[in-house]
Design a protein around this ligand. Structure first.
Ligand SMILES: Cc1ncc(C[n+]2csc(CCOP(=O)(O)OP(=O)(O)O)c2C)c(N)n1
Ligand SMILES: CC(=O)[C@@H](O)[C@H](O)COP(=O)(O)O
Ligand SMILES: [Mg+2]
Length: 631
């Protein structure tokens, strides 16, 4: 069928079983074809084709609420709710989001992007339903990875306690982004094998019963054996202990089996969990057989071979610069321990893990635990490096403040994906960390301009034992290639003047420094001399430099790829106010007070005014001198 003709999922109710199977294949092929061009979260979505069909067949969205945890696996849901035609704009500027969005469809009842929120959101919806005496179904769909998030356990605990009517779908494909980790993962494994065990047991009993005379005695004996193993082998005991009725494991690619178990669940009062077993990447061999990540998040690829189509890019991935530096440091410092909350691949830590398997800890989707565990390590004289995306560090605000900074512990926080991230959009941009960290006493915050300075900063952090240090670095590659420098620690709080000038000082750091230097080129034609400073220490500020520039009474412009509210520019305003420098003209440029959607980073920078031309225009409007070309 032409999937672009689908307006809503109601048509599913009339399909025969065979027609549903055909549709599943058409959906699968659509995903493979479309994402070969746009990229996206292919593996997760291939794994939920039949599940999403069964859900939209058995429930009446949007009256019945389908909540997709993380939301990266909601493409099939989007196709069935009338958005197939938009997939050519997937995750592109002003195009279809890769996550559920209220403004895209009434069927997107819960917005996600960050993991492990669906059960809590579902509980809120269920309580509201019961207060309003509505009678719809609330159905969160959560993956085995997302279930390792602490919020999910907080919600399970509460839902089970309240015995709230809810149908939780556990989509268990044994994978997070990489292989899933944790004791829960092992427990789920026992539940999966229990299914095989129970089926084998039933077959065995069938066989025993055919042995004349002794058969029934043996059946009773083996029955007692099964009961004694009940706690370990009967699937779902863990969830039953939480007050849930457990159904499963169910083959997540068998639409009829799914529909049957959803039917049981709809007739069961109280909280129910259906444990669905799926295969990440199902139906596309390169994805199904990838030993590393089942094609979690991919760029464009060749369908026939699965060969990734990568655009030539200069420089080295920032994550790799950092992880290689950590390997070098770990060779000579046995106290270095690295922690990742489920992002071992994104943070490019496989090499470190292989070289130092006992000093890398993947804690699952557990940013709060990861951060406070780092604090625990530091109290014992270890040198923990927490590798964490800026956006996911948001989950560990209090752990940063209460457990690390307040106690002034020697923890290094490697803040990855700092800045606009592009295709993942507003839920993933790393643009808030300066604002939410800058108010934390004792914390040093720095950002390198290129891979050489990054190595210097890692060395600086390793040598620094006066408290916590955060190094923030962008998504993508470090393409600014300057001269190699000795990897000596930097003096804390010391900025670097990269261009002397008398008419204006621009303070910038990270990728914005190159932008500042482009601005200088454009303004030279106006006879202006502009001082450009690599303000690589966001905290502490370089007070020596600022005092000197205050005496020169030169206007200051700050540029940051981070929110203005509470950002680096705010720190300069505070400095001026606190140091009786109100006479200095100060202007800040950065990200305004609104959410920035998904799209190519360069287009997003255009949108927020962080481009050479827009900065030049802003300076022309602001500086008191009449801007006239002198050459
Ligand atoms: C708070 C948070 N931490 C980390 C991530 C990154 N992340 C996105 S999907 C994913 C794995 C999710 O695994 P699972 O829930 O099993 O879904 P699957 O991809 O296997 O279908 C992770 C770690 C996130 N989105 N949110
Ligand atoms: C859905 C999710 O949160 C992750 O898959 C995220 O998209 C990874 O981001 P990177 O691609 O920057 O590693
Ligand atoms: Mg999974």
């Amino acid at each position: 069928m032409d999937l672009t003709k689908i307006k809503n999922p109601k048509f599913l109710k009339k399909l025969t079983d065979d027609e549903m199977e055909v549709l599943a294949q058409e959906l699968r092929y659509f995903l493979i074809e479309q994402l070969a061009v746009t990229g996206g979260h292919l593996g997760s979505n291939l794994g939920v084709v039949e599940l999403t069909l069964a859900l939209h067949r058995e429930f009446n969205s949007p009256k019945d609420k389908l909540l997709f945890d993380v939301g990266h696996q909601s493409y099939v849901h989007k196709i069935l709710t009338g958005r197939a035609i938009q997939f050519q704009t997937l995750r592109q500027y002003q195009g279809l989001s890769g996550f559920p969005k209220h403004n895209e469809s009434e069927h997107d009842v819960w917005e996600t992007g960050h993991s492990s929120t669906s059960l809590s959101g579902a509980m809120g919806m269920a309580i509201a339903r019961d207060i309003k005496e509505d009678n719809n179904f609330i159905v969160p769909i959560i993956g085995d990875g997302a279930l390792t998030g602490g919020m999910a356990f907080e919600a399970l605990n509460h839902i089970g306690h309240e015995k709230t009517d809810m149908i939780v779908i556990l989509n268990d494909n044994e994978m997070s982004i990489a292989n899933n980790v944790g004791a829960l993962h092992q427990a789920l494994g026992r539940m999966r094998s229990a299914a095989k065990y129970n089926k084998a047991k039933d077959d065995f009993e069938w066989l025993l019963k055919r042995i004349p005379a002794v058969g029934n005695i043996l059946v009773n004996a083996t029955g007692r054996l099964k009961d004694s193993m009940k706690y370990f082998m009967v699937p779902g005991m863990l969830f039953e202990e939480f007050g849930f009725t457990y159904f499963g494991p169910v083959d997540g690619h068998d639409i009829q089996a799914l529909r049957k178990h959803i039917g049981f669940a709809k007739k069961t009062s109280g909280p129910v969990i259906i444990h669905v077993i799926t295969k990440k990447g199902k139906g596309y061999l390169p994805a199904e057989t990838d030993p590393k990540d089942r094609w979690h998040g991919v760029g464009p690829y060749k369908i026939e071979s699965g060969e990734k189509i990568t655009s030539a890019s200069k420089g080295t991935a920032w994550s790799k610069v950092v992880s290689d530096a950590l390997v070098t440091e770990a060779e000579v410092n046995e106290k270095l321990v690295v922690i990742t909350p489920a992002m071992i691949l994104g943070s490019k830590l496989e090499r470190f893990a292989k070289r130092f398997p006992d000093r890398l800890f993947d804690v699952g989707i557990a940013e709060q635990h990861a951060t406070t565990m780092a604090a625990g390590l530091a109290t014992q004289g270890m040198k923990p490096f927490l590798a964490i995306y800026s956006t996911f560090l948001q989950r560990a605000y209090d752990q940063m403040l209460h457990d690390i900074c307040r106690v002034n512990l020697n923890v290094i926080i490697g803040i990855d994906r700092a800045g606009l991230v592009g295709a993942d959009g507003e839920t993933h941009h790393g643009i808030y960390d300066i604002a939410y960290l800058r108010s934390m006493p004792n914390l040093v915050i720095m950002m390198p301009v290129d891979e050489h300075e990054c190595r210097q900063m890692i060395a600086t952090a390793m040598a620094y034992n006066d408290g916590p240090v955060a190094i923030r670095y962008p998504r993508g590659n470090s393409d600014a290639v300057t001269k190699p420098v000795s990897v000596m620690p930097l003096p804390i709080g010391k900025w670097e003047v990269v261009n002397k000038g008398e008419d204006l000082v621009i303070l910038a750091f990270g990728p914005m420094l190159a932008l500042a230097q482009e601005v200088v080129k454009q303004l030279t034609d106006y006879g202006l001399t502009i001082e450009v400073v690599n303000a690589r220490f966001i905290k502490p500020l370089d007070h020596v430099y600022l005092s000197e520039v205050a005496k020169r009474n030169i206007p200051l412009l700050t540029i940051e790829e981070a929110v203005l509210a509470g950002g680096f520019g705010s720190a300069i305003l505070e400095w001026a106010e606190l140091n009786d420098c109100a006479h200095i003209k100060i202007k800040r440029m950065g990200i305004p007070d609104r959410f920035i959607e998904h799209g190519d980073v360069n287009l997003l920078l255009q949108e927020v005014g962080l481009t050479t031309n827009k900065i030049v225009e802003k300076i022309k409007q602001w500086l008191p001198i009449h801007m006239k070309r002198v050459r």
